[in-house]
Design a protein around this ligand. Sequence first.
Ligand SMILES: Cc1ncc(COP(=O)(O)O)c(C=O)c1O
Length: 439
Amino acid sequence: MHLYGTANINEIGHLEIGGVDTVTLAKKYGTPLYVYDVALIRKRARAFKKTFESMGVKAQVAYASKAFSTIAMIQLVEEEGLSLDVVSGGELFTAIKAEFPSERIHFHGNNKSESELLMALDYHVGCIVVDNFHELYLLAQLCEQRKQEVKVLLRVTPGIEAHTHDYILTGQEDSKFGFDLQNGQAEDALTYAIQNQYLDVLGLHCHIGSQIFETTGFKLAAKKLLEKLAEWNESLLFEASVLNLGGGFGIRYTDEDAPLSPESYVVEMIDEVRIETERLGLALPEIWIEPGRSMVGDAGTTLYSVGSQKDVPNIRKYLAVDGGMTDNLRPALYDAKYEAILANRANEKTTETVAIAGKCCESGDMLIWDLPLPEAAPNDILAVFCTGAYGYSMSNNYNRIPRPPVVFVENGTSQLVVKRESYEDLLRLDLSYVEKSQV
Ligand SMILES: Cc1ncc(COP(=O)(O)O)c(C=O)c1O
């Protein structure tokens, strides 16, 4: 059994996180329940920041809030002195409501609407990461109308796709994001942007993938971007002050995953940027990163109650829980793998392998296919680990199932930070059908 952060098994054989018994949490707040280990989030945030500091590099560590965005989480990010990456009006609104400092917000997205851009300009976000020509021209027009300057990064696709253990080099990347670096689009965008008096181009951004376990892809991306910057230094007299290398640092979900420490990714990135800038005669830019999953992924655990069982002789035993693809879409969407234990019987030997089914009317609603467990009974508490990233943020109301609440645990106390959705909440946007004749 692999335990994360402050998790341990207490003297009565219960899983404890942040010094709080998870069985008590399940009783107090009900199940399903998302539980976040705040100390582990702080540890990750500090490790990223400290590595840049100890290597003497100017940096911004921007938490990619798409991984898990709530007011409390944004407040925690602010407390730890990180920056924030948002990708929609909704994420930006959450940041505003959390009173996150606007100058440390980076606004992403491949199809930002005019109203989203206006919201970002009204709030004076620190930087808009411009993704495409439509956005570039629209932003320039809005800034001109408002006589407002804005700092921008250009998102480029360097022709490197990195996924877990593989990275793929492609001449031209088949991606919906960003300006292509190879075919001249990025150069055209930069030429336009630096000529516009309202756009202050800080530099370039790229994001090469997610759940990446080695540093080669990041280093290659940095090299490609810096080589282009050296070209543009000569041809366009453009000097970048920022190089944003995105997120994507991998975490351990199961034994199959062997991530590096956050420190190792950063150290190798910095080394590469130093080597390449020296080789190319460029000034060392600020290095920005955008970790999402690696900030919160293994800090989150979902607690479920075990319900019905179905034994299919000689095939498998299904154990159903009171949540599923509504609170964790990743297994259905990506075939993502998770580990879990019985939180109330954590010391007991595993005696059988079961499949954990969700409660949705959908055969694909399976959380784990092969999980070793002691023989489970109704009302046992199943704790699924590493659900902190893209769990709550991808949750949905399929089958009109209300979203679970979120609890933060730290130093022996728990705090509710998102309430459980009620049936009334589910209906809050519904209107009655009125026959036309009565309108
Ligand atoms: C532009 C950008 N930055 C950062 C991230 C965060 O990635 P991760 O959660 O894998 O660190 C993503 C994820 O999709 C992204 O698209």
